[in-house]
Design a protein. Structure first.
Ligand code: SF4
Length: 235
């Protein structure tokens, strides 16, 4: 089923949720951060743990708000933290609105964007933000094309790119290596993470790939939020 997209506007955000937690994945894992989760995605990953942002069949699908910048800013600045993680869904579908937000946030703000690597964002976003790029592998079972070499090349040349691969097993791992080599992704910025929505499955999938990671020089990291909270939302 194709994802249905509500109208995305340049001057408003389709906010699914805002919460304060710690970064659960990637290069800044464990750091306190404010999460701004936006609605809508251009992919339909089988194991997606945020289906409520794009799947109209999900019971919580319609629980989002259209929020203007003047309302959003005080909600973000009210937290005792200056690290913002914009996630989704696919946040780069909201590039114009994110640019306006970046113009309002001071330099003390560190802004990370979680993206699936199929959209280029904009020059401002690529220069200002830490991009956590997560290209999707075969186990995600998307019908749409998930690997776009020209887009990955643009994102690789951004200020602070990290590539996070969610790996379910050896087939995914082989596909990941292929993408890294064909798209010339920087080896020192590759983070491999086991797929799973509970701690037991994470450990099982990590054990399937740990020996391969040891041979590769990539980095294997857990998914801290899944270990702490399973698939609970807003934590
Ligand atoms: S790209 Fe991310 S948000 Fe979109 S369907 Fe896949 S896992 Fe879910």
């Amino acid at each position: 089923m194709a994802a249905i997209r509500p109208h995305v506007r340049a001057d408003r955000f389709l906010v699914n949720e805002i919460f304060y937690s710690v970064q659960g994945e990637g290069a800044s894992i464990g750091l306190p951060a404010i999460f701004l989760r936006l609605q809508v995605c251009n992919l339909t990953c089988q194991w997606c743990d945020t289906r409520y942002t794009w799947d109209p069949l999900h019971p919580d699908y319609s629980h989002y708000q259209s929020v203007g910048l003047e309302e959003l800013l005080p909600r973000l600045t009210g937290y005792p933290c200056r690290r913002l993680i914009i996630t989704g869904g696919e946040p780069l579908l909201h590039t114009a609105a994110i640019e306006k937000l970046l113009e309002q946030l001071g330099n003390e703000w560190v802004v990370e964007i979680e993206t699936n690597g199929t959209l280029p964002g904009s020059a401002l976003i690529r220069e200002r933000c830490q991009l956590n790029i997560s290209p999707k592998l075969p186990s995600a079972r998307n019908r749409a094309k998930t690997i776009k070499p020209a887009v990955l090349n643009l994102l690789t040349n951004s200020r602070d790119p990290w590539f996070k691969f969610v790996v379910s097993g050896r087939e995914d791992y082989a596909a990941m290596v292929n993408i890294i080599e064909q798209c010339h992704l920087p080896k020192e910025r590759i983070i491999v993470m086991p797929e799973g929505q509970d701690a037991g499955t994470l450990a099982e999938h990590a054990l399937e790939i740990v020996e391969l990671v040891k041979e590769s020089g990539y980095r294997l990291l857990p998914r801290l939020h899944v270990m702490l909270y399973g698939n609970r939302r807003g934590v």
